[in-house]
Design a protein around this ligand. Structure first.
Ligand code: ADP
Ligand code: MG
Length: 320
């Protein structure tokens, strides 16, 4: 049994925040648990297919809700900064995944330990992103609401891929994962490791070597690449709410892509086909992952992930 485990193909699955809390939903605990359960049913199918999994997840909708709660109750309780809200969301989503995954594995007679690691991701304090917020977080607003929030709270707002207006915060580039060593140890010991949730809590390293959380959000797909490369995964599977990546997305002459090289991907990225803060970081993560020695990166929907691993769905990005 041990021997066969060593042969298993290692897949880092990155679950979109929107795959856990859909933007038309209220976000009740029941809704989120149900969505996590559905996600875990798909993950168990991958385990049954013989893949060794590690998992990361987005937290955009969740951390947005936590921020809003903090904002609304600030007269009775001191609001927490973004880094602590991020850690809170990692704990919450990690817990739901740990529980659901065990429940779904039990139904399939599979017994693999699951652990989630509260993760700190190191960013450069001089990152240009701190002067240019790009990452959408929280609920969707209408155009007049967006204008009001800009004026009243000084928030930066953007139009998010035709779905409404959202607050944007700085999204610095992840450099390394603080918990890399223990994540590798846990993964090698055969556990399903859930880490770098929401991209990990962004932290900076001060000159004296101490760690400090910062007010930002890291794109989970960029951290997923570091996580995937750290554990030596062959496949980076990014599951989101579209089935494929497209050229001219939501425009006349939209063209869905099945399989592209990293060279083509970089070219399309430069042509501006992928929205910053949503699809662009996935494509960047895919290119980096393959160039760091990964076999392939795949972007697919939760429902088509399994077929995408076999090359029959989604968009595959590889060297050739
Ligand atoms: P996740 O939570 O899974 O990271 P995101 O919202 O960050 O989800 O990214 C997925 C979204 O990217 C899609 O829902 C789609 O609206 C948007 N998107 C932007 N550009 C493209 C493109 N060229 N092809 C496909 N989807 C795109
Ligand atoms: Mg995203």
């Amino acid at each position: 049994m041990r021997g066969s485990c060593l042969m298993k193909k290692k897949v880092l699955v990155a679950l979109g925040g929107n795959a856990i809390l859909r933007h038309k939903e209220k976000g009740t605990a029941e809704e989120q648990l149900e969505n996590v359960e559905t996600a875990c049913q798909h993950l168990v199918e991958l385990i049954r297919d013989g893949y060794k999994l590690a998992i990361t997840h987005g937290n955009g909708p969740q951390v947005g809700d936590i921020l809003l709660k903090n904002e609304r109750s600030k007269d009775i309780l001191p609001p927490m900064p973004l880094d602590i809200c991020g850690a809170q969301s990692q704990g919450m989503i990690g817990y739901m995944l740990q529980q659901s995954l065990r429940n779904e594995m039990k139904k399939a007679n599979i017994d693999i330990p699951v652990v989630s690691v509260t993760t700190q991701t190191v960013v450069d304090q001089n990152d240009q992103a701190f002067h240019n917020p790009t990452k959408p977080i929280g609920p969707f607003y209408t155009a007049p609401e967006s204008d009001r929030l800009k004026k009243e709270k000084g928030w930066s707002m953007i139009e998010d891929s035709g779905r409404g207006y959202r607050r944007v915060v700085p999204s610095p580039e992840p450099k390394t994962i603080m918990e890399k060593g223990i994540i590798k140890t846990l993964f090698r010991s055969n556990a399903i490791v859930i880490a770098a949730g929401g991209g990990g809590v962004p932290v900076i390293l001060k000159e004296n070597g101490s760690i400090k959380g910062v007010d930002a959000v890291i794109d989970k797909d960029l951290s997923a690449q570091i996580f995937a490369s750290d554990i030596g995964a062959q496949v980076l599977l990014m599951l989101t709410d579209v089935e494929k990546i497209s050229l001219n997305y939501r425009k006349p002459r939209q063209m869905d892509l099945n399989k592209i090289t990293t060279k083509k991907a970089r070219h399309y990225l430069q042509e501006g086909h992928f929205a910053p803060g949503s699809m662009a970081p996935k494509v960047k993560a895919a290119i980096k992952f393959v160039e760091a020695g990964g076999e392939k990166a795949i972007i697919a929907s939760l429902e088509t992930g399994r077929r995408a691993l076999k090359g029959r769905a989604g968009t595959t990005i590889s060297q050739a």
